[in-house]
Design a protein around this ligand. Structure first.
Ligand SMILES: Cc1ncc(COP(=O)(O)O)c(C=O)c1O
Length: 409
């Protein structure tokens, strides 16, 4: 069959997270690796109420073919939800997608030619690399710190590209509870980023699946709320606040872009699964999501606290980590020179896995980082897993015994 594959399949690769599956099949392994919500966060009672309603009252809407752009009732509810976040949104500029992952893929499909520049944070969500793989962009990474993307660096880079006649296709950012770093972009940088996008005529893709998962501090307004000229494409998802299995996400942006995405989607899957869309719409409009959110936030806030306390106790000196105020991840930096990919089999042997940071870098990876997920493992598992990881890290920090150490004097 190999000889029949299209040229573009050469660019398709499994992400680092998928690679972890070979360890994750062992039920004794504690996984900080996946990006899974806790199954305890799924609103099963609400779902039962909604399912009964749909089966008895809304069979046509829930099971029939529908519009490619998405169920109008859901789009109206989403526009209201975005409005509450300060975004001037409308249903006709919203497209419902199979998860926000599909929205990223559609952005690539309608905008990216091979070699086009796509700017990302460094590190960034690694799903963008699989979503855009066959469109073959050239990635340009801009570093982040605890306040998010370094907009000063971005400005210099945009100017340099502009001098060379290069107009990037878009800037992809996860400004709130970033995956993988857990950091949130400050208001100052958000404004600066939107201003830069307008000044250089480069769209921003604001991927915001964690917005509602804040368990500490004040909400930051989305980039889209500062956008007066229509440069921001805002992506949302029900995966982290309802359940990823429904595959319901959305994109909101300029009308011509949304139209093109809709045309592209028609050829891919005709429309997003109708049942999932009706469930999401009911979950929003019956007020169930807002009632349920405090439970998810409390659950994840507790797990974050357990993980941070365990790291404080168990990790050796020289290891640093971010302190997310929401979301599902934090980012650990071990001493320079230590490669977290080499460390992974040793950690797995003792019963714990994580995602090495390498796969989150658009260019040359920095090898001394790892992403830890705290939403999925139980509190006891978090304590045990961090204790194991701490011992693996401590062993790596110790000078080696034996001939090599002696020879070095
Ligand atoms: C930043 C980011 N974008 C997109 C996705 C994909 O989410 P969805 O399930 O909505 O496709 C994820 C999932 O982990 C994510 O972290």
């Amino acid at each position: 069959m190999e000889a029949l594959f299209a040229e573009r399949t050469k660019w398709m690769k499994a992400s680092d997270v998928r690679e972890l599956l070979k360890y994750a099949t062992d039920p004794k392994i504690i996984s900080f690796g996946g990006g899974l919500p806790s199954p305890d966060s799924f609103p099963l009672k609400d779902l039962k109420v909604i399912f009964d309603e749909l089966l008895h009252e809304e069979t046509a809407a829930a099971f029939q073919y529908g519009l490619t752009q998405g169920d109008p009732k859901l789009r109206t509810a989403l526009a209201a939800r975005m409005g509450a976040r300060g975004i001037e949104a409308s249903a006709d500029r919203t497209i419902v997608t199979h998860g926000s992952q599909q929205a990223i893929e559609l952005m690539g499909r309608v905008l990216v030619e091979p070699g086009d520049v796509v700017i990302t944070e460094e590190p960034t969500y690694l799903g963008i690399f699989t979503a855009l793989a066959t469109y073959r962009p050239t990635y340009h990474g801009v570093p982040i710190d605890s306040e998010g993307l370094l907009t000063d660096v971005l400005e210099e880079d945009l100017q340099e590209m502009s001098d060379q006649g290069i107009r990037p296709k878009f800037i992809y950012v996860v400004p709130t509870f970033q995956n993988p770093a857990g950091t949130t972009m400050s208001q100052r940088r958000r404004r600066a980023l939107v201003d830069l996008a307008a000044a250089y005529g480069v769209p921003i893709v604001e991927d915001d699946p964690y917005y509602d998962l804040r368990f500490e501090g004040e909400a930051e307004a989305p980039l889209a709320s500062y956008d007066e000229e229509g440069w921001v494409v805002y992506l949302g998802s029900f995966s982290k606040v309802l359940a990823p299995g429904f595959r319901i996400g959305w994109a909101h942006g300029a009308p011509d872009l949304v139209n093109k995405m809709s045309l592209a989607k028609q050829g891919v899957d005709v429309f997003t699964n109708a049942f999932g869309q009706r469930v999401a719409e009911r979950y929003l409009t019956l007020g169930m999501l807002d009632e349920h959110l405090p439970r998810i936030r409390a659950l994840y806030g507790r797990k974050r606290d357990v993980m941070m306390a365990a790291m404080e106790e168990q990790f050796p000196d020289g290891v640093e980590w971010t302190r997310p105020q929401g979301g599902m991840f934090l980012w650990v930096s071990v001493r320079p020179g230590l490669d977290t990919r080499d460390l992974l089999p040793k950690a797995a042997e003792r019963g714990v896995i994580y995602v090495p940071g390498h796969g989150f870098f658009p260019g040359t990876p920095k090898v001394n980082h790892m992403r830890l997920n705290f939403s999925f493992p139980g509190e006891g598992e978090i304590r045990r897993g961090i204790r194991i990881l701490g011992s693996v890290l401590a062993d790596e920090g110790r000078p080696r015994k034996g001939p090599l150490a002696v020879a070095r004097g």
